[in-house]
Design a protein around this ligand. Structure first.
Ligand SMILES: Nc1ncnc2c1ncn2[C@@H]1O[C@H](COP(=O)(O)OP(=O)(O)O)[C@@H](O)[C@H]1O
Ligand SMILES: [Mg+2]
Length: 316
């Protein structure tokens, strides 16, 4: 077989083609010009295909290509005896709830494992309470334990700006100092992602002047438009093998449009859509049970009456 591999024990990029992915038929759509090139860069093709299943996320898609290219070219430079500069890959994710931050962090962790940047590629999700303790020294200990768990993977700190409040006496500062120290000592053993609302994150970074330069990558996760949310609805229902009646589609679009406006930045975007659909699925089940209707078409279809938005338990 003539699979071009660039495996190397010392190289940081280690691309081994274990199996051939279904080749893309539409060559024009691909970044690469030949089938051989596409095969060589199958890790990039794979993650790009995975990202295609997600709506929007333009910045993320661009960043992945950039990081892939940089790691790959570094590998080539190394082979030619050229200088290779290491770069930190720690990141800041800014955006409102449900805009895909955790989802993307998980994909990136996996991607870094495939690129041999991380040995395990798992994601440890944490928030203030997981890092901050109750007495002096407790915080450093808790934070170090978390960092240890994240070895070989990504440590994702949600609502990270909450570490910055409370002034000098607050233990949040101790958590930040411990994280920064670990970033220096264990630079290439874990990737740290700090996430949170855009404005709060900017303020948090401005309070900690040493921080921004340690996070060379910052990604904005914008709110989804109504049409993007409807696309997410379609994707989620396709996965679950359900369809919407025309009436349900219209009702959901109107409802989502209104919530986006009313809720502003606390609106939970993709998460709301998922919870709303799951409630709809349960409501449909009760309805079908009551109707005694177990026909295939009925089982497949969510209709208008399955979304009684005036009487819902789902938080926007
Ligand atoms: N671009 C997208 N396309 C499809 N589904 C999405 C997209 N963004 C988010 N979702 C879905 O919305 C939900 C919330 O996403 P999540 O990553 O947890 O958001 P965040 O971490 O920003 O709060 C998940 O079920 C996720 O699959
Ligand atoms: Mg999240």
């Amino acid at each position: 077989m003539n699979h071009p591999t660039t495996a190397s024990s010392k190289g940081r990029i280690n691309i081994v083609l274990t199996h051939k992915q279904n080749a893309r038929t539409d060559a024009q759509q691909s970044f690469f010009h030949t089938e051989a090139e596409r095969e060589k860069h199958y890790v990039l093709e794979r993650i790009e295909r995975e990202l295609e299943q997600y709506v929007g996320l333009i910045e993320v898609k661009r960043l992945i290509k950039e990081v892939y290219a940089w790691l790959y070219i570094n590998r080539c430079r190394e082979e030619q005896g050229l200088k290779v500069t290491k770069q930190a890959l720690h990141m800041i994710f800014k955006g409102n709830p449900g805009t895909g931050k955790t989802t993307v962090a998980r994909l990136i962790a996996q991607f870094f494992r495939e690129m041999n940047v991380l040995s395990r590629g798992h994601l440890i999700e944490a928030e203030r309470a997981d890092l901050v303790g109750e007495y002096i020294g407790h915080t450093a200990q808790k934070t170090r334990e978390l960092i240890k768990k994240a070895q070989g993977g990504v440590l994702f700190v949600d609502e990270a700006y909450s570490l910055g409040r409370g002034g000098e006496k607050d233990f949040g500062k101790e958590a930040i100092d411990t994280l920064v120290k670990a970033m220096e000592d264990q630079q290439h053993e874990f990737v740290l992602i700090l996430a949170g609302y855009s404005r709060e994150m900017d303020y948090f970074l401005s309070l900690n002047p040493g921080l921004p330069s340690r996070f060379p990558i910052a990604i904005d996760f914008p709110n989804y438009t109504t049409e993007q949310l409807m696309e997410i609805v379609t994707i989620m229902l396709r996965e679950r093998q359900y369809e919407l009646s025309e009436g349900a589609k219209r009702k959901i679009r109107e409802h989502v449009k209104r919530l986006r406006q009313e809720e502003g930045r606390s609106f939970s975007n993709g998460r709301y859509v998922r919870n709303m659909l799951e409630e709809g699925i349960r409501t449909q089940a009760v309805r079908l049970l009551q109707e005694g209707n177990y026909e295939r078409r009925a089982l497949l279809t969510l209709s208008e009456e399955d979304f009684p938005f005036e009487n819902t338990n789902v938080r926007p």
